[in-house]
Every structure is written in structure tokens, then in C-alpha cells.
Design a protein around this ligand. Structure first.
Ligand SMILES: Cc1ncc(COP(=O)(O)O)c(C=O)c1O
Length: 436
């Protein structure tokens, strides 16, 4: 048995995994083109709405070009770029008519923006538990969370795997709700062959630095409804209206615009995305097959309807008792073996101080909820979301950049996990590592 690196042995791996972001001369050229043009912002208002290249004679816009490429790539007619994925969610909710007092059902195992976007439009986020096998929102739990005040559902395609859209569309139809897909992790991913984000009324993306398609920051809304696209565009452009004077404002909008520099980078990044996702899928399937042979390691299940998976994260559930090592020790040992890894969210969203203290509405205006008809206490969700609680205790995340490496690099991951398992007894030794 070789000594674990955490106990002073030689790491399984010393070579780095591919770094992220990936870029080359094409990004450099595109950025210089914007720089030298002096067109640093997208001033030709209105170009966003049609997902087509700017018409001849119009000033060319890198943001418009990116929208025109990304929306159809994802299966939608219209793409509206904005500053980030959080803004995209907020704008889409507003454009969908979600407002004060409306309830929006969201998962608790996601980034905070999925739940703060409803708050930003004075609506109430209501948490429904996730499915333990996929970490995606569980349709049965969503159904239970619906009240007469429910207006929308936000399924997150977590880690890049399609949520159960058939079930959510059905629930939405029966209860007259809108479905806004949070596709922040799901660039290039699909449900039954349809691009994620294009299935509900609207879908939103993030291009923040960690994402599979990135410009450091950035966001985008896709939809097949022109009226909705125009309203989103208006909110992002300070409430302006296409075809109306520049200083005429029709709704409470904001400046959530994307810059030309971001648009230029994103168009170049998009050219690599399909190839990178194919590599991620291949490596993720290999890891699924190899890691699931080990006791206590359970990769998330990939559903048959998830016909394209972007693997923004590679996740497995870690059963401490079965593997024989506490998760925190396992993560430290895996890191020491040269495999970067993370524990993910420390707690479900409703356990954030913001929710516990309800620090989001003016004092004296508590959040009420249709279920209880009285002030909502977010601590109630702990009992309602056992799978999210468990996911926070058991998940192990690997970043998508690891999946851009080769088969032999995946073997390093598997060997490192096996090595820790073989040495599990050492974690219980009074002097750690002594028994090796
Ligand atoms: C699921 C999810 N939704 C929304 C967002 C918000 O995107 P941004 O960071 O671009 O505001 C993120 C970002 O990490 C996310 O993971």
C-alpha cells in the first residue's frame, strides 16, 4: 500500500489539469478589433431582438453577433445579452410578469441568484427539494409547494444536466404557471434533443468566469416569444422602447448591458464549446463507470432525457460510512494526491443568514406565503428538503476543466480515489498515517 500524499507520501499526480479559460489568438484578435474600433458599447439599440446578424449598413455589434449565434445554437429564436446571469434571471422574471407577492418555486441546491432573483422583483422564493439521484428539482416536491399565489417555477439544469422538463411543463400547464429555466450551467446541453433554456417561456445563462462559456462576466436570456424578448431588452436598456426616442423610458429598467469586449470573446469561445462538451461527456461517462465500482462513491445519475450534458461540474455522492473516511478528510486527501476537488455548497440556500434573518424586505414587511397565510419562516424548509441537506453533506465536485484532459488523466483520478480507499484505515489511526 503506498503512503498517501496527505501523510507524506508521493502524490498520485503532479502534472496540472487543463486550466480554464481556454483561449488563443482568436480572442486576442477579436478584442483588439473592438479596442481599435472605438465601439466599446453596443449603442445600436434594438439589434438584440432578432436573433440574426446585424443588417447591412448597421454598425456591427459584437454583442448582436454573439446573440445571433448563441440563441439558435441553444434552439431559440431570440437572445438578449446582459451583464450577468443574476441580472438575466431578474429581468426575465420581470418580463414574465412576476411581481410583488407572487410565489416562485426554486430549488435550494443552487447558486443564490436563483432564489434572490424572485426577491429582486418583490416576489417570494419557495424552496422545493431536489431529487437525490440527480440534484435537480424534484417535480413531486414542486407540486406540493404550489399555492394559489404561485406564479412561476425556476428549474435549474444543475451541473449541466436537463431537469425533468416534461414534468415541469405539465405542472405549469395545470396550474397556469410560467417556467423560467435557469441554464447557467447548461451551455450546449439538451433535453430530448432540444436546447436547454428554449423549452420554457424563457431561459437564462451565465458567462461568469467558471462557466463552460465565459467572458469573465456576462449573461443572456433566450426565448421564442418576440414580445417577451422586447420587454427583456427594454429592462436591460433603462426601460427604453424600440423605435421610441432615446430619452423616453417606459418601464423601471436598469443598465444591465453587456460590453462589446464580452460579446467579442464569447463569439470565439462559442466556436469551441461543442467540441469541449463532447470531451467532457466522454470523460464523465468513463468516470461514472470507473468510480461507481468503488464502495461509497455514487456519481449522479444521468437521465435518458438529458440528451446533451455540459458537465459544468462532475459530481459524485460520497458515503462516509461506506467508504470509511470522513468527507472532509477524503477531500483533503484527494487534493493532496493532485486532484482538485470541492465540497460544493456548505448548506442549502434557505440556511443563508439572509433568509434566516429575512434581510431583504423593508422592516415591518415580513414575507408571507400562500401555504401558511402568515409570515414565512425559512427554517421550515430544513424538514421539507432532506435531499438538499444530504447533498450538502455528501457531494464531491470536480470542475469541468478536469474533464478537458485525456483518458490517462481520468485514470489518475480513479487511482487517487482507490488509493485513499485502500488506506482508509489510516484516517482512524491515533497518529494519522502511522499504520501505512
Ligand atoms: C445556477 C446559477 N444561476 C445563476 C447564476 C448567476 O450567474 P452570474 O454569476 O453570472 O450572475 C449562477 C452563477 O454561478 C448559477 O450557478
Amino acid at each position: 500500500m503506498s503512503r498517501l500524499a496527505i501523510f507524506g507520501g508521493t502524490p498520485e499526480r503532479s502534472r496540472p489539469f487543463p486550466s480554464w479559460p481556454v483561449f488563443d489568438d482568436s480572442e486576442e484578435k477579436a478584442l483588439l478589433e473592438v479596442l481599435r474600433s472605438g465601439n466599446w458599447w453596443r449603442y445600436s439599440h434594438g439589434q438584440a431582438v432578432e436573433a440574426t446578424a446585424p443588417e447591412a449598413g448597421q454598425p456591427s455589434s459584437k454583442v448582436a453577433e454573439f446573440q445571433a449565434a448563441f440563441a439558435p445554437f441553444q434552439g431559440a429564436r431570440y437572445g438578449i445579452a446582459c451583464a450577468n446571469g443574476s441580472a438575466a434571471l431578474e429581468v426575465a422574471l420581470k418580463a414574465l410578469g412576476v411581481g410583488p407577492g407572487d410565489e416562485v418555486v426554486v430549488p435550494p441546491y443552487t447558486f443564490i441568484a436563483t432564489a434572490t432573483a424572485p426577491l429582486a422583483v418583490n416576489a417570494v422564493p419557495i424552496f422545493a427539494d431536489i431529487d437525490y439521484d440527480t440534484f435537480n428539482l424534484a417535480p413531486e416536491r414542486v407540486e406540493e409547494a404550489i399555492t394559489p399565489r404561485t406564479k412561476a417555477i425556476i428549474p435549474v439544469h444543475f451541473a449541466g444536466q436537463a431537469a425533468d422538463m416534461e414534468a415541469f411543463l405539465d405542472i405549469a400547464q395545470r396550474h397556469n404557471l410560467v417556467v423560467l429555466e435557469d441554464a447557467a450551467h447548461a451551455h450546449g446541453a439538451a433535453w430530448k434533443g432540444r436546447g436547454l433554456g428554449s423549452i420554457g417561456q424563457a431561459g437564462t445563462f451565465s458567462f461568469q468566469a467558471s462557466k463552460n462559456l465565459t467572458a469573465g462576466e456576462g449573461g443572456l436570456i433566450i426565448t421564442n416569444h418576440r414580445d417577451l424578448a422586447e420587454i427583456c431588452e427594454s429592462y436591460i436598456w433603462g426601460g427604453r422602447k424600440i423605435g421610441r426616442p432615446w430619452y423616453e423610458h417606459h418601464r423601471l429598467g436598469w443598465n444591465y448591458r453587456m460590453t462589446e469586449f464580452q460579446g467579442a470573446i464569447l463569439s470565439q469561445q462559442l466556436k469551441r464549446l461543442a467540441g469541449q462538451n463532447a470531451r467532457r461527456e466522454e470523460n464523465a461517462s468513463y468516470l461514472d463507470a470507473q468510480l461507481s465500482k468503488l464502495p461509497g462513491i455514487r456519481p449522479l445519475r444521468v437521465q435518458p432525457f438529458a440528451t446533451g450534458h455540459s458537465h459544468h461540474l462532475y459530481i459524485f455522492r460520497f458515503d462516509e460510512a461506506e467508504f470509511g473516511v470522513p468527507r472532509a478528510d477524503f477531500l483533503a486527501a484527494l487534493q493532496a494526491e493532485g486532484i482538485p476537488c470541492l465540497a460544493g455548497y456548505a448548506h442549502p440556500l434557505y440556511k443563508n443568514p439572509m433568509f434566516l434573518q429575512q434581510d431583504f424586505y423593508p422592516r415591518g414587511c415580513p414575507v408571507t406565503c400562500g401555504h401558511y397565510g402568515r409570515a414565512l419562516d425559512y427554517t421550515c424548509f430544513e424538514a421539507l428538503c432532506p435531499n438538499a441537506e444530504r447533498a450538502c453533506r455528501e457531494a464531491v465536485w470536480l470542475e469541468h476543466r478536469l474533464l478537458l484532459a485525456g483518458r490517462e488523466d481520468m485514470d489518475d483520478i480513479v487511482r487517487a480515489v482507490e488509493k485513499i480507499h485502500e488506506s482508509r484505515v489510516n484516517f482512524n489511526s491515533p497518529v494519522r498515517g502511522e499504520r501505512e
